[in-house]
Design a protein around this ligand. Structure first.
Ligand code: AMP
Length: 288
């Protein structure tokens, strides 16, 4: 496995691989890798084949964190990440620096951003107003560094995947976008680097996100005409409130493709929620 830190080196490496007929598969991450990330790596490998080049980036992107968020304390363990990637058969681990990704930003001279103006407005975008601008900007930049044929994102961040898919289409990136299923712990908790913040007591309560989604699915499947979104959201919010350290940030029922909120929730409607467990903000979603 090659470790590449410089953007120019990364670009030359993939251009050479491409010339020799290899397909490039790319999984962007913020590191502190877990089995969810590695399932995206496996999917990237399936897509590009044994001869393809699988690239994983680890970059904790400052522009998608608000000043009040956890950029500084975001969990990091490069040694372990490196081992996991090597074992999973990753070909290139790309570790760009802040100085190369955002030249001049520390001195206030960085000024180009990519903004998706529709799908990024609700849910995560409403709660974290500069978040998706940071995401689309860094993903566009990473695409220009790695020049992939195919990129794999996780369904765990459903809105993010939708926003990036729209950006790929709108900006004509010649990249196939794949969204792979959410990987979960045995008790249903979606794997996340941020789960590392949870105390034992919080970890037990954190399963409420999955329990809420399972309950929503059962309620919808039991009713022939669907259920009113307002009353479903109220019922589910009560489940969250029953956990002593949980605080609901939002819960939304929406069309799985357009992300537009629906009035009636039926089979195939998507539900997403964000919940603070203590100080840790967790998100999850599922199609019902
Ligand atoms: P992150 O490192 O959290 O920015 O995530 C990098 C990529 O991994 C994103 O496309 C996420 O959606 C995806 N991802 C994170 N957690 C999971 C999970 N539990 N299952 C599948 N994909 C995931």
């Amino acid at each position: 496995m090659k470790i590449v830190e410089k953007i120019g080196v990364m670009q030359r490496l993939v251009q050479r691989a491409r010339k020799s007929g290899r397909r490039i598969g790319f999984v962007p991450t913020m590191g502190y890798l877990h089995a969810g990330h590695m399932s995206l790596v496996a999917e990237a490998r399936r897509r590009v084949g044994a001869k393809g080049l699988v690239v994983v980036s680890i970059y904790v992107n400052p522009t998608q964190f608000a000043p009040t968020e956890d950029l500084e304390k975001y969990p990091r363990n490069l040694e372990r990440d490196r081992r996991l990637c090597r074992t999973a058969g990753v070909d290139v681990l790309f570790l760009p620096s802040d100085a190369d990704m955002y030249p001049g930003r520390a001195a206030g001279h960085y000024s180009t951003y990519v903004v998706e103006e529709c799908l990024s407005q609700g849910m995560e975008g409403a709660c974290r107003t500069t978040h998706f601008r940071g995401v689309t900007t860094v993903v566009a930049k990473l695409f220009n560094c790695v020049l992939p044929d195919v990129t794999v994102f996780g369904a765990k961040d459903w809105q993010q995947a939708a926003v990036v898919r729209r950006m790929v289409a709108d900006l004509n990136f010649p990249i196939e976008m794949v969204v792979a299923p959410t990987h979960r712990e045995a008790d249903g908790l979606a794997m996340s680097s941020r789960n590392a913040y949870l105390s034992a007591q919080e970890r037990r309560q954190a399963t409420v996100l999955w329990r809420v989604l399972v309950e929503a699915r059962a309620l919808v499947r039991r009713s022939a005409n669907g259920v009113a979104a307002g009353s479903l959201k109220k019922t589910l919010a009560k489940r969250v409130a029953a956990e002593p350290d949980a605080r609901l940030d939002y819960i939304e029922c929406f069309d799985t493709g357009t992300l537009v909120p629906v009035g009636r929730v039926r089979r195939g409607t998507h539900v997403a929620l964000a919940v603070y467990i203590g100080k840790t903000r967790l998100i999850d979603n599922a199609v019902l």
